[in-house]
Design a protein around this ligand. Structure first.
Ligand code: GDP
Length: 298
């Protein structure tokens, strides 16, 4: 992930080494190159525009430390702007005042929702919580079975419709799971919902119905970072159709160009809460904008 962008940026910074002072022309040329590098990495255009405007403004201003040489100054500004687009300080999961905290997962089929449900459950359990996983994805064959396997690995109970009862109603399953969580003294409920390969009205409506039934404290949109510009459009559709409160980037271990990761915070207006970096349950961590920025800058 980000390999090409990292290489491009380091090439741009190298050219500034040895310069005593940056002229406006130097700043403009550097900004243009950074712009190209971001666009080629599939970063959404409005995000690129804001990013470049900030870089230029700060590079021209005198706020950056005199102790840094021009190349270091630009690196510092780009680093700060990367942290900024990735969410600044970051935000942590919000818990309900009166448990259970309800976390609903939404996203396209294949985005990594079910895997994330298992990861989140394992992580929360490690923090001393008593999570309940809820199989409300009744669309994809075997999503329920997959969640049961993941729950088994994480040592977390899975609430699922009884087998042999036909397809079942995911809204009802989700609603009943909250009652079950209260009875079983679970303090967090993680609801896995159905995705489709593309966005459709019926799917969005079902997600909205589940949301209304469970009144989630967090609606987490899972975005496959490999998908590029499409991921951003999908994020907008979920923001408008279901209302999301946070984002999880999945498949950050892949060799995508990284544009989705850099765009989604700004496009959705919601923070990136976690990052998923592999198929195993432990390939998962809280998202740190500053660490991601350092990784991009190499
Ligand atoms: P869902 O349809 O949204 O529930 O997606 P799944 O959780 O079933 O994930 C789809 C595929 O992506 C599965 O083969 C997962 O093992 C894989 N997957 C999920 N998260 C990651 C990740 O962070 N990295 C990689 N490499 N694969 C992942």
């Amino acid at each position: 992930m980000f390999d090409t962008l990292s290489d491009r940026l380091s090439g741009i910074f190298t050219k500034l080494r040895g310069k005593g002072r940056l002229t406006d022309a130097d700043i403009d040329a550097t900004a243009r190159e950074i712009r190209m590098a971001l666009l080629e990495a599939d970063v959404a255009l409005p995000v690129v525009k804001g990013f470049i405007a900030n870089v230029k403004e700060r590079a021209r201003g005198s706020e950056v430390s005199e102790a840094l040489n021009p190349a270091q100054q630009i690196i510092k500004i780009v680093n700060d702007e990367l942290i900024n687009v990735l969410g600044g300080e970051g935000r942590r999961l919000q818990f309900a005042k009166n448990p259970p905290t309800v976390i609903m997962l939404a996203g396209l089929q294949g985005s990594g929702k079910t895997t994330l449900a298992g990861k989140l459950a394992r992580w929360l359990k490690g923090q001393g919580h008593q999570p309940l996983l809820v199989a409300a994805d009744l669309q994809r064959p075997n999503a329920v079975g997959q969640l049961q396997v993941l729950g088994g690995r994480a040592g977390v109970e899975v609430y699922a419709p009884a087998p042999g009862n036909g397809v079942g109603d995911p809204v009802q399953v989700a609603r009943d799971s909250i009652e079950h969580a209260k009875r079983a003294a679970r303090d967090i409920v993680i609801v896995d919902t159905a995705g489709r390969l593309g966005i459709d009205a019926e799917m969005m409506q079902q997600a909205a119905n589940i949301r209304d039934a469970v009144q989630p404290d967090e609606v987490i949109f899972v975005i496959d970072a490999m998908v590029g510009q499409d991921a951003v459009r999908t994020a907008e559709a979920f923001r408008d159709g279901v209302g999301i409160t946070g984002v999880v980037l999945s498949k950050l271990d892949g060799d995508a160009r990284g544009g989705a990761a850099l765009s989604v915070r700004e496009v959705t207006g919601q923070p990136i809460l976690f990052a998923s970096t592999g198929e195993k349950l432990e390939d998962f961590d809280v998202f740190h904008p500053d660490r991601m920025a350092s990784r991009i800058l190499g």
